[in-house]
Design a protein around this ligand. Structure first.
Ligand code: M6R
Length: 369
């Protein structure tokens, strides 16, 4: 049942191109418009929404963080994203014009379920993004957009995450389409890029051998740090979460701009630091700032592991290890940047002799609060 792989996690990482393609299937028409009629929330409700609130836990929360960038950019609707476990305990402001998006692979996460119940009690509409047909979260929501990742068995979420991102992009683009924003042309272009992204994920998977070798060489380290900016920041958090749960290593993700506000004090000789570099096109200011961050940490002895777009030569002099990812639109970069981090964590867990599919102390779905 592991399809020839040693672990479900490896199988599920390899299934990502298909999972991504399946999640897009039937949702983009021949003209490049989105057809999300299955999201039975009337267009009028989507037009009138004045706020989007995303609730989720763990890896699904990281997908939500990335969704916030996409939703605010393409729709100009204010969007908050909050850990489901914190949400209902702080008396959040919600009403009929709030669209709540609950993201959950299993559909059974108690924290997320309690958050959405609270939201509905306040009159908000809830859209679930979920991978498990007929599970509790979609049943209790006003609408659901299913991710078509297929069953995810390994405790560490991989293909579910990539398909959650696809679903979030679809919702963001659909909201933009329904409401009509000045980004119409950009939205059409991104829909075309989204249709190609499964092939890009496949290309990344073909180049993972050096990442595995690098992971094995770091098996006796205690700490790995991850830095990113913009949508690369949630990617850094996701890389760190994967490493914690699988390799049982101290791993932390930071927004690179925060380095000088504290975390740079952690940098010491030979400390591995993974840096997710934004595209030099588009938000090039951020790119240049992160290249300076790489120089700063390297000057203090860090071993820099740089994830950068193909063709970005500026990073080469400062990268002790360079992991290349395909050129993608800025907001879609997490789709390709996360994959090496999954492979990295899986390989490190294996090298450290850990149980990859069933990490200690964890359950696949967390049905208690
Ligand atoms: O089933 P859910 O998506 O609601 O689960 C949420 C988290 O428990 C889950 O993503 C967890 O963080 C994973 N083990 C991460 O790999």
């Amino acid at each position: 049942e592991k399809g020839g792989y040693d672990y479900f996690m490896l199988k599920e990482i390899a299934e990502q191109p298909k999972a991504v393609a399946d999640t897009l299937l039937g949702r983009i028409d021949a003209e490049g418009s989105l057809t999300l009629d299955e999201v039975r929330i009337p267009a009028s409700v989507l037009r009138e929404a004045d706020k989007v609130v995303i609730v989720a836990c763990g890896t699904a929360f990281h997908a939500g963080m990335i969704a916030k960038y996409a939703i605010e950019h393409w729709t100009r609707i204010p969007c908050e994203v909050e850990l489901a476990s914190e949400f209902r305990y702080r008396d959040p402001i919600l009403d009929q014009r709030t669209l709540v998006i609950a993201i959950s692979q299993s559909g059974e996460t108690m924290d997320t379920l309690m958050a959405l119940r609270h939201a509905r009690e306040q009159g908000a509409r809830v859209l679930a993004i979920c991978n498990t047909n007929g599970s509790t979260i979609p049943r209790e929501s006003d609408a659901v957009l299913y991710t078509h990742a297929g069953p995810e068995v390994a405790v560490a979420s991989t293909k579910a995450f990539l398909t959650q991102l696809v679903a979030c992009y679809l919702v963001a683009l659909y909201l933009g389409q329904v409401r009509g924003t000045k980004w119409g042309d950009e939205i059409r272009a991104v829909v075309r890029d989204l249709a190609k992204i499964s092939g890009e994920v496949d290309r990344v998977l073909e180049t993972m051998e050096p990442v595995r070798a690098l992971a094995r060489s770091l098996a006796d380290k205690n700490t790995v740090l991850f830095l990113g900016r913009h949508v690369g920041y949630p990617v850094a958090l996701e890389g760190a979460l994967k490493l914690k749960e699988l390799a049982y290593m101290h791993a932390e993700g930071f927004a690179a701009g925060e380095l000088k506000h504290g975390p740079i004090a952690l940098i010491e000789e030979d400390l591995p630091v993974v840096v997710v570099v934004p595209s030099p096109r588009g938000r090039s200011v951020l790119h240049d700032k992160i290249v300076s961050n790489i120089q700063e940490i390297r000057a203090r002895g860090a071993r820099t592991i740089v994830i950068a777009e193909e063709g970005d030569e500026t990073v080469v002099p400062y990268a002790d290890h360079l992991i290349r990812i395909p050129v993608t639109p800025t907001l879609l970069q997490p789709m390709v940047a996360t994959v090496p981090l999954q492979v990295f964590a899986c390989e490190l867990a294996t090298a450290r002799g850990n149980e990859v599919d069933q990490p200690r102390n964890l359950a696949k779905s967390v049905t208690v609060e």
